[in-house]
Design a protein around this ligand. Structure first.
Ligand code: DGL
Length: 354
C-alpha cells in the first residue's frame, strides 16, 4: 500500500500491476515475450477451419488449440479460406513461393504449419515437398470433422502439427502430414477413406513417427530427393503444364486419351491395371500421344507397388515408368518435371530419384 501511495496515479498503477500478474499467469498474450520456437501458420481453409457452415479465420482456428503456448509461438497468415478442391494450381505455386519467401526473410523462424482441406491434401503436400526449399519442418494438417461436430479432432491435429514443426528432429525430413498423432511423409501418404478419421495412411510404408504425450518420436526418414535437394524452382513459374490422369479399366476407350492430347495435355499419367504395360485397349491412344510428343507415365492403379522403367528405347519414345508413386503423385512430379525438361530420359531419371 505504501508503494501504491507513493505511485502518483493509483488507478494506472493498479492496471499495470494487474497486467503484469495476468501476463505471468499466461492470461495475456504469453506468446509475445517468450523464447518458444516461432512457427509460421498459413491457413488455407478446409474442414478444420469450418464450424457448421461458417469459415473460421486463421486466428479463430488457433484459438481452438488449448496448450499451444506451451510448445510454439504461431505467426498466423490467412493465405486462403476455401476447400482443398477449390484451390487452383496457380494457388499451389503461390503458396510454395510464399513459404519460400517467409523462410528466406526470417532465419529465426523454426518451421511452418499449413492447414488444408483433406480431400486433396495429399496432392498439395507432395507439391510442396518438391518445391519448398528448406530443411526446416513444413507440416500440412487438416481434420475430417468440422469444429461444430461432436468429437472435432482438428484441435488435437493442430497441436500435434505445431509440436512436430517445433521439433528439431523434424528438420530435413521434407513436408510432413500430421493427423491422428501420426507423422507421414507427403510422398507416401494418401487419403484411404472418404469419412473415417484414420483416413491418412502411408501404405505400404507406414508412418515416419508419432506425436506422443511426452515427445515427438521418429522411427525412419524419407530417402528420396525432396525440399532443399530438389531441382524444381517455382519462383519464376506463372503456371504448370497440363498433365491429365487416365485410368485403365476393361474396355477403356482411347478416345478420351486422344481428346486430352488434342486439348493440349503435355503429359498423361496412365493408371494401369496392376503392372500391365501393354495399355490394353488404351494402347492406340498411348501410341497417338507418343507420336505427338506427349509424355506418358505408367503408375499402378492398385494403390501401391512399383512400375519400373521400361527399356531405354521405350523411354526414348516417351514412355516412363512411374516407380512407386500413385497416379496422383506421379502427375505432380510429371508437371514439375515438364517445367525443367522435355527429355524422356531425364524425366525417367527424376522418377527414380524423387
Ligand atoms: N472436404 C474438405 C476439403 O477437402 C473441406 C470442404 C470445405 O472446406 O468446404 O476441402
Amino acid at each position: 500500500m505504501g508503494m501504491l501511495r507513493r505511485f502518483k496515479n493509483p488507478p494506472v498503477f493498479a492496471l499495470v500491476l494487474t497486467a503484469v500478474l495476468l501476463g505471468a499467469l499466461g492470461g495475456i498474450d504469453s506468446w509475445a515475450d517468450n523464447d518458444l520456437p516461432r512457427i509460421k501458420f498459413l491457413a488455407t481453409g478446409g474442414t478444420i477451419a469450418t464450424r457448421g457452415g461458417t469459415r473460421l479465420s486463421a486466428e479463430e482456428v488457433l484459438e481452438m488449440v488449448p496448450g499451444l503456448q506451451k510448445y510454439a509461438r504461431p505467426e498466423p497468415e490467412q493465405f486462403a479460406n476455401i476447400a482443398s478442391t477449390a484451390m487452383t494450381l496457380d494457388q499451389w505455386v503461390q503458396l510454395a513461393n510464399r513459404i519460400n519467401a517467409v523462410f528466406d526473410a526470417d532465419a529465426g523462424l523454426t518451421g511452418a504449419v499449413i492447414t488444408s482441406g483433406t480431400d486433396s491434401l495429399e496432392e498439395l503436400a507432395y507439391f510442396l515437398h518438391l518445391t519448398v526449399k528448406t530443411t526446416r519442418p513444413v507440416i500440412v494438417v487438416g481434420s475430417m470433422r468440422n469444429a461444430g461436430a461432436p468429437g472435432f479432432e482438428g484441435s488435437a491435429n493442430l497441436l500435434d502439427a505445431f509440436r512436430v514443426a517445433a521439433s528439431t528432429e523434424s528438420r530435413g525430413k521434407g513436408v510432413l502430414v500430421v493427423l491422428n498423432d501420426e507423422i507421414n511423409s507427403a510422398r507416401e501418404v494418401t487419403k484411404t477413406d472418404a469419412l473415417r478419421l484414420q483416413t491418412f495412411q502411408s501404405r505400404p510404408y507406414g508412418i515416419l513417427g508419432v506425436v506422443d504425450p511426452d515427445r515427438v518420436v521418429y522411427y525412419r526418414e524419407p530417402v528420396k530427393r525432396h525440399t532443399q535437394k530438389t531441382e524444381f524452382d517455382v519462383a519464376a513459374l506463372t503456371g504448370l503444364p497440363r498433365v491429365d490422369i487416365m485410368m485403365f479399366y476393361q474396355g477403356a476407350s482411347s478416345d478420351l486419351l486422344r481428346a486430352a492430347v488434342d486439348a493440349g495435355a503435355k503429359g498423361i499419367v496412365i493408371a494401369v491395371a496392376g503392372a500391365d504395360l501393354t495399355g490394353g485397349s488404351l494402347a492406340p491412344g498411348i501410341a497417338y500421344a507418343s507420336r505427338q510428343g506427349v509424355m506418358i507415365v505408367a503408375a499402378t492403379r492398385t494403390g501401391s507397388g512399383r512400375i519400373a522403367a521400361l527399356s531405354s528405347n521405350r523411354v526414348r519414345e516417351g514412355l516412363i515408368g512411374g516407380e512407386d508413386l500413385t497416379p496422383l503423385k506421379a502427375r505432380i512430379l510429371l508437371m514439375l518435371a515438364l517445367t525443367r525438361t522435355h527429355s524422356p530420359t531425364d524425366i525417367q531419371r527424376m522418377f527414380t530419384e524423387y
